[in-house]
Design a protein around this ligand. Structure first.
Ligand code: NAD
Length: 230
């Protein structure tokens, strides 16, 4: 499945940073912000921000800045943040329960409606008001409620079977936390959240810093040095 037509994946992945910045600007009573100001706050080149935002639509006259409320509304529409999206969690263990209990996803229109697990000792329990169901109920619930997203938080060896189950039930978007590459049919989008490989990157940084004798580098693709951008 493609990203939003026309927008490259790196640009798409930066849009939530702009969104969070604009929410704070709006809360602070700002009506206009410039790409330079956003760039300074987010440690990104202003030209990059203008390019990323040009995928949404044209905004006003160059040099005048972005109207905060218009840009927020465009980002919400473009990213589908205003639409309610319902998800299920497969694997009601430590991570699955933590994600299901996290209230912050509501700001992105995401509502986790149920959890599924193969462990009979967990079935029937509640997590933050959501019931843990047996896997045998997955297809029926997903079909009835037209659930669009499946969050996979089972051990690696069970992840492909979990993905097969959610895809067979009609889910087309998977947020996968298991450290494994899933095979899915065309038309199904998988977003991998590989925390272990991120940790490996941090570990590498720590080791390098220990070996360094003074100079601070800024190489790398995923991280930023200095204050965090988001
Ligand atoms: P966990 O053992 O606490 O939970 C896994 C859950 O999946 C259990 O409740 C188990 O009963 C269930 N399960 C196992 N096989 C299943 C199947 N076939 N169908 C349905 N349910 C099944 O594990 P965890 O710590 O929550 O980690 C879950 C996944 O997330 C793992 O792949 C792990 O590598 C990854 N992960 C976890 C963390 C973390 O902080 N906990 C961090 C990074 C990655």
């Amino acid at each position: 499945m493609d990203d939003k037509p026309g927008i490259p994946r790196p640009s798409l992945s930066r849009l939530p940073l702009y969104y969070r910045f604009l929410v704070r600007a709006s809360e602070a009573g700002r009506s206009v912000v410039s790409s330079e100001e956003m760039g300074q706050a987010l440690r990104l080149p202003a030209a990059q921000i203008r390019k990323d935002l040009s995928y949404l639509r044209e905004f006003g006259r160059p040099g005048v800045g972005y109207p905060v409320s218009d840009l927020l509304a465009s980002l919400e529409e473009f990213l589908g943040l205003a639409n309610d999206k319902e998800a299920i969690v497969v694997g009601a263990g430590r991570l699955g329960q933590a994600l299901a209990s996290y209230p912050g996803f509501a700001a992105y229109g995401l509502r986790i409606v149920a959890l599924f697990d193969c462990d009979p000792a967990k079935v029937g329990l509640e997590v933050a008001g959501r019931t843990i169901f047996p896997m045998t109920k997955l297809a029926d619930l997903v079909g009835r409620l037209h659930i669009q997203m499946g969050v996979i938080t089972v051990p690696a060896q069970a992840a492909q079977a979990a993905a097969d189950a959610v895809v067979a039930a009609g889910i087309t978007v998977i947020w996968n936390f298991a450290p494994v590459q899933l095979t899915v049919p065309e038309g199904v989008w998988v977003e991998n959240e590989d925390l272990a490989s991120r940790l490996a990157t941090l570990s590498y940084r720590i080791v390098r810093r220990g070996r360094r004798t003074g100079t601070e580098g800024t190489e790398g693709t995923g991280g930023t040095e200095g204050a965090h951008a988001s």
